[in-house]
Design a binder for this molecule. Structure first.
Ligand SMILES: Nc1ncnc2c1ncn2[C@@H]1O[C@H](COP(=O)(O)OP(=O)(O)OP(=O)(O)O)[C@@H](O)[C@H]1O
Ligand SMILES: [Mg+2]
Length: 331
């Protein structure tokens, strides 16, 4: 077996175009291990794995490269001892090369968990602030309004000025209610995602010509984290329809399957070009944020848009083992 030296595996030096070269290098790595390079070859196999990860070479490609190298090495001899040593060498090298992938996978899982916990904490914070604004702050504003109304009845009161103050207080109260609903709509916890979205869509499109329809069903209540993410996705997609699409029609459709639920938001507006969007320095955060939120629950976001035809945003969320049924459902 030849012990020809192989070039070090570095990130960004190996690309798809160098597949043949890559195959040759894995072959040399295997040969070196078979020739007794031992620990050095294993360390290089680890670097090969890191380089593969950095250069976007997939696990299947990596395994295929090792298998091809093994095939060629096996063809060089027929006795059992040779076969056994090739198989042992390939196994050791492959395990070393795969360990960076394993580590990356573990990190990905951990960061997903952290993101999920962060989103839960943010929602809880929103819920708390919304409740404080709605219950406490708005109560104070209401009692101030009552006090002004009482003063208005006193002899010599400057009624016109007091009426102006009362109107201003009513506006503050409406604004507080609106902000508290935007932060965390009570209907989301009390009635579920569809009623909460119907209310949201009514506020957003109520005074416009856009025809908005709801289709399908969630098949009852879903786990709170799933309802929250679906609400946030549809909230963002509908806000985008209102802000960017110039659409005549929009629809929100839900479909429930055994192990997943999907929510699709369509519009027949002016659409956009995804390739151009990716390069735009001023691109917003809405779609990126909902993609990350879905990612944290193991879900995915699919955005399809065609200029002058419209946009379709589909969120798919997996449903874990038990589907909690935390409350009454309208659909
Ligand atoms: N339904 C749609 N119709 C037309 N264009 C859209 C639609 N949805 C998104 N876009 C385009 O994609 C861009 C990115 O959307 P995204 O929600 O990520 O950011 P944004 O709405 O611009 O800002 P943000 O959501 O951070 O306030 C928008 O600026 C818009 O050009
Ligand atoms: Mg947006």
């Amino acid at each position: 077996m030849s012990a020809e030296a192989y070039a070090p595996f570095e990130e960004n030096t190996v690309t798809d175009e160098h597949e043949i070269e890559l195959g040759r290098r894995y072959q040399l790595l295997l040969n070196a291990h078979l020739a007794g390079a031992g620990e050095t070859a294993l360390a290089d196999a680890y670097h090969a794995g890191r380089a593969a990860l950095g250069n976007g070479v997939g696990v299947l490609d990596l395994v295929t490269l090792y298998l091809s190298a093994a095939e060629r090495a096996l063809a060089a001899g027929t006795d059992r001892a040779h076969t056994a040593s090739v198989l042992t060498a390939v196994k050791s090298l492959l395990l070393e090369s795969l360990s960076p992938f394993e580590m990356a996978h573990r990190l990905y899982r951990e960061s997903n968990t952290a993101l999920r916990l962060l989103n839960d904490a943010l929602e809880e914070q929103s819920r708390r602030i919304a409740r404080t604004l709605h219950d406490n702050t708005n109560q104070l504003v209401a009692s101030l309004g009552l006090a002004i109304a009482a003063i208005e009845q006193e002899p010599g009161a400057k009624r016109a000025r007091l009426a102006e103050m009362r109107t201003a207080l009513e506006q503050i109260s409406d604004e507080l209610r609106r902000v508290s609903h935007d932060l965390r709509p009570p209907a989301l916890d009390e009635l579920g995602v569809i009623p909460a979205l119907e209310h949201f869509a009514h506020c957003l499109f109520g005074l416009t010509d856009v025809d908005v329809r709801f289709l399908g069903s969630t098949g009852g209540r879903l786990p709170p984290s799933v309802e929250t993410v679906l609400f946030r996705v549809a909230q963002e997609a509908l806000s985008n329809v209102a802000r960017h699409a110039k659409a005549h029609h929009a629809a929100i459709s839900f479909q429930r399957f055994d192990s997943r639920v999907t929510c699709t938001i369509y519009d027949d507006g002016r659409g956009f070009d995804s390739a151009t969007l990716a390069k735009r320095a001023d691109r917003g955060l809405g779609l990126i944020t909902i993609r990350e939120r879905l990612d944290a629950l193991g879900g995915k976001l699919d955005v399809r848009s065609t200029r002058n035809t419209g946009t379709t945003v589909t969120a798919t969320v997996p449903l874990g083992g038990s589907h909690a049924d935390p409350g009454p459902a309208r659909r």
